[in-house]
Design a protein around this ligand. Structure first.
Ligand SMILES: C[S@@+](CC[C@H](N)C(=O)[O-])C[C@H]1O[C@@H](n2cnc3c(N)ncnc32)[C@H](O)[C@@H]1O
Length: 375
């Protein structure tokens, strides 16, 4: 018997989903009901765009926590050459997965009703997707086991409160990291997630290269490519480090070695993006085409050589000057050194320039910018 629900279209795929489902935020987990969140259409779009941009003639895919099968079925339907395993340990999910395969007439999806730890003890794939409720920390090691050499591991974390420092004790327990609060909290959370994946990779003597890592809505998400060999592993571990942040002076410093002054972290201090891959990603046919297009544009232009953003509100409270227009400020900064907007917040920016230059440009441009109510 087909499960009850409603049929929606996401991208080029039809999906049968429970009538009552989440439409935004972290989503509600209703006992006995299979999870679906419409807002995650954008997250699923990114998987489709990224896998298409790899341009591989064939690829094995495991959607380890697929629920209704939404991501698995979309990948099978929208990325040519994929052989997809749609897995969930919830027996209520299986009829939805089967119905969605049928609805789209697919022959390249295998349904799997297993605990992901068991699935990855025996099978490995070119692409593995982890999308748990809350923290992925308990699942990363098994997912690495299930990802082939040079394969790609994608991880979502919706436990942003611990990662972004609103629940620091939980972050210490789950991730053994000291989070940052304040304007850098989401970048800090994303870099803790990447650091956690890197430390798990290290246990296998493997390295990783982030392809795309971002903060959006209520979650963090990263796609990393596995690199085998101890040299790659050591290179990866060299990218982990700590930071010191002085809220009184706004001075921040990222360092590789731990010392008592640098107590925040450890974080991934390396790049978040593969810009060549980003250049090949296309928003065409995506469910949230406009948002995909906007985010691709921001990620492509975001400086990726240094960690930790600044925020206009932070500079405003520090200098006691109301914030100038961000575009004007960035234009002036770029005359002195590389500066860009960031996806972390519409009021933040990233720069290779030192704090003294940032403050001097801010004061100069803030003085030149008319107050909002001026003629
Ligand atoms: C957030 S939902 C996944 C949503 C889905 N990826 C989507 O885009 O619609 C998390 C799913 O993970 C499943 N799950 C949790 N722990 C699991 C495990 N150890 N093995 C397999 N599935 C698991 C749950 O049953 C649930 O369906």
């Amino acid at each position: 018997m087909s499960p009850s629900g409603t049929v929606i279209t996401e991208g080029k795929t039809k999906l049968l989903v429970p009538e009552v489902h989440s439409t935004q935020g972290p989503g509600k987990i209703n006992a006995g009901s299979v999870f679906f969140n419409e807002q995650m259409a954008f997250n699923r779009d990114i998987s489709i765009m990224l896998l298409r941009a790899l341009g591989k003639p064939s690829m094995t895919v495991a959607d380890a926590m697929t629920a209704t099968g939404s991501r698995a079925v979309r990948i099978a339907n929208e990325v040519p050459g994929t052989e997809v395993t749609a897995n969930d340990f919830d027996e209520n999910a299986i009829p939805y997965i089967k119905a969605n395969i049928e609805l789209n007439g697919l022959s390249n999806v295998t349904v799997s009703h297993a605990n992901m730890h068991t699935l990855f003890a025996d099978n490995s794939f070119d692409y593995v997707d982890l999308d748990p409720f809350g923290s992925p920390s308990l699942f990363i090691q098994s997912a690495i086991r299930g990802t082939r050499k040079r394969g790609i591991l994608a991880v979502t974390a919706t436990d942003t409160a611990p990662l972004a420092g609103a629940q620091a004790p939980k972050c210490r327990r789950r991730y053994q990291c000291e989070p940052i609060r304040g304007y850098m909290c989401h970048e800090g959370g994303l870099r803790i997630l990447l650091c956690t994946i890197a430390r798990e990779m290290g246990k296998f003597d493997m390295g990783m290269r982030p392809l795309l890592s971002f903060s959006a809505d209520h979650y963090y998400r990263t796609y990393v490519q596995i690199e085998s060999g101890t040299a790659a592993c050591d290179r990866m571990l060299d990218q982990l480090g700590y930071m010191r942040y002085d809220m009184q002076t706004l001075e921040r410093e990222a360092v590789r070695e731990y010392d008592s002054d640098h107590r925040l972290g450890p974080f991934w201090l390396g790049p978040l993006f593969d810009k060549e891959l980003l250049a090949r990603m296309s928003p065409e046919d995506m469910a949230r085409e406009k948002k995909c297009s906007k985010m691709l544009d921001i990620w492509r232009n975001e400086i990726d050589s240094v960690p930790f953003v600044y925020d206009m509100s932070e500079l405003s409270s520090f200098t006691k000057l109301s914030p100038p227009n961000l575009d004007l400020f960035i234009e002036r900064m770029n005359e002195l050194g590389p500066t860009s907007k960031t996806h972390f917040s519409p009021t933040s920016f990233i720069t290779e320039l030192p704090l003294k230059d940032i403050l001097s440009v801010y004061r100069e441009v803030a003085h030149r910018t008319p107050a909002p109510d001026a003629e």
